[in-house]
Design a protein. Structure first.
Length: 235
């Protein structure tokens, strides 16, 4: 399945490895950088999803998404992410994904587009409100377009070419391919989040890593069982 992830905001906090380990599928362990696991709050706009080179899916192929994720590693070195939640504003997408064991949540999500020519409105961001009096989140950043970054931590957090999860009681890995994210540093405008706590994790203070990307085009591949032959991926 091909799709484009656009206007991505990455906020990350340090997390003790033993906390992250509680959320890992069997056979998968937390991936660590600088002595810590990391938890991410990521918002982006899904655009023009479709199957292979076929036509894009109208309406359902474009929506806003905000996810909470951890970072994982198999014994053979394959790196991925483990999603704790994925909020989206397309109910059919949410229902289909949940049927496949992916923890999507139906929410109202608004993306605020930055307008550089309008003073005070240079901070793109996302606001989330889960239906049924659920958790909320609001965050925005001020990108620094001339400040491209490719430091080891930023690469570690974004060069993730697959996801680990559980389907039918078995741990699986779903590969994903895309060009390296074009990343720029960003200044945090604000963050008021309940999604990370709703997933069972507590963080405090501002995020240690704040990044923005205009986006990449990506493609998912065939799932495989964890432990079956596979090429180690990631950086």
């Amino acid at each position: 399945m091909d799709q484009r992830w656009a206007d991505a905001i990455f906020l990350h906090w340090r997390l003790p490895e033993n906390v992250a380990a509680r959320f890992m599928p069997p056979g998968v362990q937390p991936d660590v950088f600088d002595g810590s696991s990391w938890v991410g709050l990521i918002g982006f706009r899904m655009k023009n999803a479709g199957f292979g080179r076929g036509p894009r899916i109208p309406y359902l192929g474009s929506f806003n998404e905000v996810n909470v994720r951890l970072y994982s590693r198999e014994p053979d070195g394959t790196r991925g992410v483990v999603f704790l939640s994925l909020d989206a504003d397309r109910l059919p997408v949410v229902l289909a994904a949940r049927a496949a064991g992916i923890p999507y949540v139906w929410s109202r999500i608004r993306y605020s587009q930055a307008e550089p020519d309008s003073p005070g409105n240079d901070a793109p961001g996302f606001s989330v409100r889960r239906f049924g009096q659920g958790a909320r989140s609001s965050f925005a950043v001020v990108p620094q377009p001339g400040a491209a970054v490719d430091d080891p931590l930023s690469v570690f957090l974004t060069a993730r070419f697959g996801m680990h999860g559980v389907f039918g009681g078995r741990s699986i890995y779903i590969p994903n391919t895309h060009e390296p994210w074009p990343l720029c540093s960003a200044t945090l405008h604000h963050v008021k989040d309940e999604l990370i706590a709703s997933a069972g994790i507590r963080v405090s203070g501002p995020p240690e890593s704040v990044l923005f990307s205009p986006g990449v085009r990506t493609q998912f591949g065939r799932p495989r069982l964890v432990g079956s032959p596979g090429q180690p991926t990631g950086t």
